[in-house]
Design a protein around this ligand. Sequence first.
Ligand code: HEM
Length: 224
Amino acid sequence: MHALCSLALRICCPFLFHRRSAPPPPPQSAVIPSRSVPVSPWRACGMEKEREDSDTERERAEPLSDTERAIVQDTWARVYESCEDVGVAILVRFFVNFPSAKQYFSQFQHMDDPEEMERSTQLRKHARRVMNAINSVVENLHDPDKVSSVLGIVGKAHALKYKVEPMYFKIISGVILEVLGEDFPDYFTPEVTTAWTKLMGALYWHITGAYAEVGWVKLSSSAV
Ligand code: HEM
């Protein structure tokens, strides 16, 4: 009797039985596609999104015109004559006004006195490095690949070796403009300042590009 009922139901209502014996396929979104390339670690850690977001947030720096490149090279020639003094002045101003930036420097992180900072060999060495890196950029303004490579190396070293928060590059760019304007008032006319502001924008853009490339993840926004 039970078998007969079952047979009748099967004939009248095949849909019922089909549903039971064969579950519906998973929705399209749940199907995992086969990949020919390895899964990116960023995706695995949920970081792909973050990286994409920071990429789209990065505003491309405004390119310098030929005239602006010449202006930057001309003014830099004067600045670079007193390379170490200017570099030290920039860094002392930076560390005095933004003391949290000292955290990355073992030898002067606890110094508050600007004159003592000025004598720090680690600060002076970094000042020379900063000035030499800017010099390479300025010398190669006609060669965008070279500029990108110089700043890519600087950015990656700061992200991977020193773990410097990238916002400090924005801050130091402002300090560079401020100190140059004050120390070379005869050269830093509004036109020259505009060209230098663009250069600093390009520097920040390339450096944060290198941070994005190595997958820098924003850990804190309260470092300053
Ligand atoms: C225009 C901006 C800057 C330039 C061009 C620059 C350039 C450089 C260069 C070329 C080096 C050596 C890199 C290497 O080891 O391969 C260096 C080292 C370093 N930089 Fe910068 N830097 C800049 C800004 C900063 C900022 C904003 C910080 C931190 C707030 C920072 C922290 C460091 C530290 C901790 C080292 C290692 C110092 C040591 O070994 O004694 N830099 N920098």
